[in-house]
Write a protein that binds this ligand. Structure first.
Ligand code: NAD
Length: 381
């Protein structure tokens, strides 16, 4: 079997799906790997590194596609690329199956078996394949550095001969994987950190990182589903959160927002009024832009100025740390693919409790119920 890696073409993308370290592991499993020339250039992996790891490297993009049994990608490839794949080929990558299900229709039509890294279940056995967590970790870290770079103040408390500089105050909304990494990074830079999440379990994790957990009485409603994810709140509960956030925003130099509810639009947490109450020079970094954003003034993919408050809504922060983001992603993809390779052959067992749920299209049909429902909902809109 042949695994292929292309140069990513999405604007601003600098990551690569497989780094040489992973190629070596796949070659040891008797897979052959073909890499498009330059695919790892921005992620610290030169063509020679791939050759040294046992891959073949070619500048012929069409040949890479037409010979692939498995295409490993970061982003969903353009339709023109998908149409060059063999019937029955396998695609693994971030495919945005719940956000843009209709864009995956060509995969069914072309009889491509596709696996979305977003759908890998968060069970213990699949932890090494959890690419969402890997990318959220990078994004949480970089969001704080982005804010620190923009903020016209310093983060740490400094006691100097010229007097004392107070520490920056950072508010983190949503204490999942990205939020916890943002808290840890802001703390390392010396900021005083407050955090808010609707899941009570997040409180202990926030406090263990040295941050203050903001408690809101949400009226005793259930806020967490069986999988440990947040549920969509009632309008009243959301409003209580927003009021607390608006109050806290007045004393915050930086707000990092990361709140998401799987398959739903991101909750609105920072209102126009909350932004208006912030000091000039303050910075908001909204990491929920892909699902609409947590701040009323966020424009996905843009930086805006709201009366002196900078509202940033970057859509692909992991791509700005391409070496480590690629390394982590590549390990996740390799952990997913390795069990499917038996004696150099691809063996797909759809009854497997990781493989089955991660699959979007197989043998000409959408096989994932959630994606099929999202497709239907999109078609009826
Ligand atoms: P996510 O990206 O879906 O959401 C980020 C955070 O936003 C979550 O903590 C969520 O509770 C919070 N949120 C949602 N609505 C909110 C609101 N209205 N106000 C404030 N906060 C709100 O979440 P994630 O980072 O992917 O992680 C979610 C959960 O999954 C966590 O419990 C995490 O520990 C768990 N998890 C488990 C595994 C695993 O077992 N392998 C891996 C990663 C994450």
């Amino acid at each position: 079997m042949r695994i292929a890696v292309l140069r990513e073409t999405q604007p601003g993308e600098a990551r690569v799906a497989l780094v040489p370290e992973s190629v070596k592991k796949l070659v040891a499993l008797k897979a052959r790997v073909t890499v498009e020339s330059g695919a790892g250039a921005q992620a610290g992996a030169a063509d020679d590194d791939y050759l040294g790891a046992g891959a073949e490297v070619t500048a012929e993009r069409d040949a890479v596609l037409s010979s692939a049994d498995v295409l490993a990608s970061v982003n969903r490839p353009a339709e023109g690329d998908l149409r060059r794949l063999k019937r029955g080929a396998v695609l693994v990558g971030f495919l945005r199956p719940l956000d843009e299900p209709a864009a995956l229709a060509p995969l069914a039509e072309l009889y491509v078996t596709s696996f979305a890294m977003e759908l890998v279940p968060r069970i213990t056995r699949a932890q090494a394949m959890d690419a969402l967590s890997s990318m959220a970790t990078v994004a949480g870290y970089k969001a704080v550095l982005t804010a620190a770079e923009r903020l016209p103040r310093m983060f740490p408390l400094l006691m100097t001969a010229a007097g004392t500089v107070p520490p920056a105050r950072v508010l983190v909304l949503g204490a999942g994987v990205a939020g916890l990494q943002a808290i840890a990074t802001a703390r390392r830079l010396g900021a005083v950190v407050d955090a808010y999440d609707v899941r009570a379990a997040a409180g202990e994790q926030v406090r263990s990182l040295g941050a203050n957990f903001l408690e809101v009485d949400l009226g005793g409603i259930e806020t967490e589903d069986k999988g440990g994810y947040a549920k969509e709140l009632t309008p009243e509960a959301l409003e209580r959160g927003r009021q607390l956030i608006a109050k806290q925003a007045r004393n915050s130099d930086v707000i990092i927002t990361t709140a998401q509810v799987p398959g739903r639009p991101a909750p609105l947490l920072v209102t126009d009024d909350a932004v208006a109450g912030m000091r000039r020079g303050s910075v908001i970094v909204d990491l929920a832009g892909a699902s609409g954003g947590n701040c009323a003034l966020s424009r996905p993919g843009e930086d805006t100025d709201a009366n002196g408050v900078r509202v940033m809504c970057p859509l692909n922060l992991p791509a700005t740390v391409p070496v480590h983001a690629s390394q982590l992603y590549s390990r996740n993809v390799t952990a997913f693919l390795s069990p499917l390779i038996k004696e150099g052959q691809l063996v797909i067992d759809m009854t497997d409790d990781v493989v089955g749920p991660s699959c979007v299209t197989h043998q000409g049909a959408f096989v994932n119920e959630r994606v099929a429902a999202a497709l239907e909902a999109a078609a009826s809109r």
